[in-house]
Design a protein around this ligand. Structure first.
Ligand SMILES: NC(=O)c1ccc[n+]([C@@H]2O[C@H](COP(=O)([O-])OP(=O)(O)OC[C@H]3O[C@@H](n4cnc5c(N)ncnc54)[C@H](O)[C@@H]3O)[C@@H](O)[C@H]2O)c1
Length: 273
């Protein structure tokens, strides 16, 4: 799409990074997921907003529509196969294909409980949402995505999982969360290897401290410095938009030669080779 710049003869491109794509985001009702949904719409994608929280999901869908893109909401807990199968069904009733799957829904990043006091139910629930749901979403959506008709020399689809810095470093009081996010990183690598021949890229993102509702209302000053020293000092913590920008890059053609990677967005807190 091209538009004429107001009052000038020059024409400029309005094509966004993921123009014309259909993108599904789990946990899009708040925080990082909402930022990804809204930025995705700004970059030209239609968005399937999935969340357990109906009010948050509907608010996000309204923000997507304000960007002149199509949005639908699907209110489901993503941690059961029955629900995920329904999410797939509703998605394909509304869209002919899914191009970008963003597995973002996650819990437990701030439940500080040492292993010797950690309740088994909390451990299981964190694993259900943080990794089982990622597995289920990939299992049931990729069956369709591998059939996306795309020229032979082009990528057919993209999966982007939101892991965490904790999946690489661990964290005292965060054993279940950190282990579940390490599993997301490992799952991403295995799936990338499986999906290479199908021309689907699978990457994940490892955010550091990002100011969202997951912190249960704590202030920016209270969470600043949580998890370690951050070399970048020009702001106190990361924001959801910092993650959304990198998700757009991974979802775009510019990242077509990247797969199986775990990209840190931590203000430099993690530096690995
Ligand atoms: N905020 C951070 O500092 C940080 C750091 C590293 C990783 N992350 C990861 O980023 C992702 C997004 O977190 P956030 O900070 O935006 O948190 P958030 O609490 O603001 O958003 C999470 C969203 O997921 C939804 N959700 C939770 N369980 C669900 C389920 N079972 N089914 C469907 N939706 C569900 C919630 O309703 C919520 O809208 C999570 O995976 C989190 O672990 C966050």
């Amino acid at each position: 799409m091209y538009a004429r710049e107001k009052g000038k003869r020059r024409w400029f491109s309005m094509v966004g990074l993921i123009s014309g794509k259909n993108m599904l985001v789990t946990g899009a009702g708040s925080g990082i997921g909402r930022a990804i949904a809204v930025r995705g719409a700004r970059e030209g994608a239609n968005v399937i907003v999935v969340d357990i929280n109906s009010q948050g999901a509907r608010e996000t869908a309204e923000l997507v529509k304000k960007e002149n893109q199509k949005a639908i909401t699907i209110i489901r807990d993503v941690s059961t196969a029955e629900n995920v199968k329904e999410i797939v069904k509703i998605t394909y009733e509304n869209f002919d294909r899914l191009d970008i799957l963003v597995n973002n829904a996650g819990i437990g990043g701030t439940n500080l409980s040492p292993v010797i006091k950690l309740d088994e139910k909390d451990w299981d629930r964190i694993f259900q949402v943080n990794i089982r749901a990622v597995f289920l979403m990939c299992k049931y959506f990729l069956r369709h995505m591998i059939k996306n008709e795309t020229p032979r020399d082009q990528i057919r689809g993209k999966v982007i999982n939101i892991a965490s810095q904790r999946g690489k470093t661990g964290g005292a009081g965060l054993s279940a969360y950190s282990a579940s996010k390490a599993a997301v990183i490992s799952f991403t690598q295995s799936l990338a290897k499986e999906m290479g021949r199908k021309r689907i890229t699978v990457n994940c993102i490892c955010p550091g401290t990002i100011y969202t509702g997951i912190w249960g209302g704590a202030t920016i000053d209270q969470i600043k410095g949580f998890g370690g020293e951050v070399p970048l000092k020009y702001k106190k913590v990361g924001l959801p938009e910092d993650v959304a920008g990198v998700v757009m890059f991974l979802a775009s053609k510019d990242a077509d030669w990247m797969t199986g990677q775990a990209v840190n967005i931590t203000g430099g807190m993690i530096m690995t080779r």
